[in-house]
Write a protein that binds this ligand. Structure first.
Ligand code: ZN
Ligand code: ZN
Length: 284
């Protein structure tokens, strides 16, 4: 069952195997007319995807991103649709999230090295041993390398809360990501929510934060799961969206773009919502 819409796909700008151009060509070839590119914590593929999109009459590329966020005991992925790479505040926030992916500690070491304070990440890990790396381990590496004489001095000079090499905690909460997406003029949609704990509490909280949609018609969700999620969507007045989450890495069984039972009515409702978003003037 193919749909004219697919609002969740990945390119080589994150962990997909198709370049943005190849992905757009594939989606358009599959008959997808409304297609969101939603790489993990990155909009790097959008500019290339736009160029490819221009070669397909009637096809519309929706710029987006999939943000990694945390709740206790689980990771929540939040799709931000209609987010534009030209937005510098968006880029700043995404850079921070990418830093979080590699780990806050590594981010701090990278910043130090950019300031020509050449400590090695491997050495910091050795100092930490079995422990998860914290700023004190970095401080010890700085002492060892002779850049400071005491751990406290490292905090004062570089890695304290207001220091030039400080890196924020790793991730946003889901509600923070929703607020962020809405503030940047986009539309927030929770990704693959079926396995998340306590949807009865989470969805109303995110709706209150400004989330407009949730993935219901996702990749290979069984009809019973789709039905369960659709009830959640209706109860919370969330638009029931969907996507293939196509990466091109899962072999022959992988659903191709558009190969989801997303009804046309969902696409039409999304387009109505999109028409009210403040970012429209950025669109090309
Ligand atoms: Zn995801
Ligand atoms: Zn994804």
């Amino acid at each position: 069952m193919a749909s004219r819409g697919d609002f969740h796909t990945h390119s080589t700008a994150s962990d997909g195997v198709k370049t943005p151009t190849e992905l757009v060509d594939l989606a358009a070839g599959q008959g997808v007319v409304y297609h969101a590119l939603t790489d993990h914590d990155s909009t790097e593929g959008i500019v290339e995807a736009r160029r490819a999109a221009a070669r397909h009459p009637g096809y519309t590329l929706i710029p987006g991103v999939e943000m990694g966020t945390d709740i206790a005991g689980a990771e929540v992925h939040m799709l931000g649709l209609y987010l534009y790479p030209e937005d510098p505040e968006l880029q700043q926030a995404l850079a921070k999230l990418r830093e979080g992916r590699v780990g806050r500690g590594e981010g701090i070491v990278r910043k130090l090295r950019e300031m020509h304070i050449m400590i090695e990440w491997e050495r910091v890990q050795q100092i930490a041993g079995e422990a998860s790396v914290g700023r004190p381990h970095i401080a010890q590496a700085l002492v060892e390398a002779g850049y400071v004489s005491k751990v406290a001095e490292a905090f004062d000079k570089w890695i304290g809360r207001n220091g030039p090499a400080y890196v924020e905690r790793d991730k946003m909460t889901p509600a923070e990501s929703v607020q962020f997406i809405v503030q940047r003029g986009g539309l927030a949609c929770i990704a693959h929510p079926a396995d998340l704990p306590n949807l009865d509490a989470l969805l109303p909280e995110l709706k209150a934060a400004g989330m407009a949609a949730m993935e219901v018609y996702y990749k290979d969700y069984a009809p019973s799961v789709v039905q369960m999620l659709k009830q959640h969507a209706d109860r919370n007045e969330l638009l029931a969206l969907g996507g293939s989450d196509y990466h091109g890495i899962f072999g022959n069984d992988e659903k191709l773009p558009g190969n989801i039972p997303l009804p046309d009515s969902s696409i039409e409702r999304l387009l109505e919502l999109a028409a009210t978003l403040p970012n429209r003037q950025l669109a090309h």
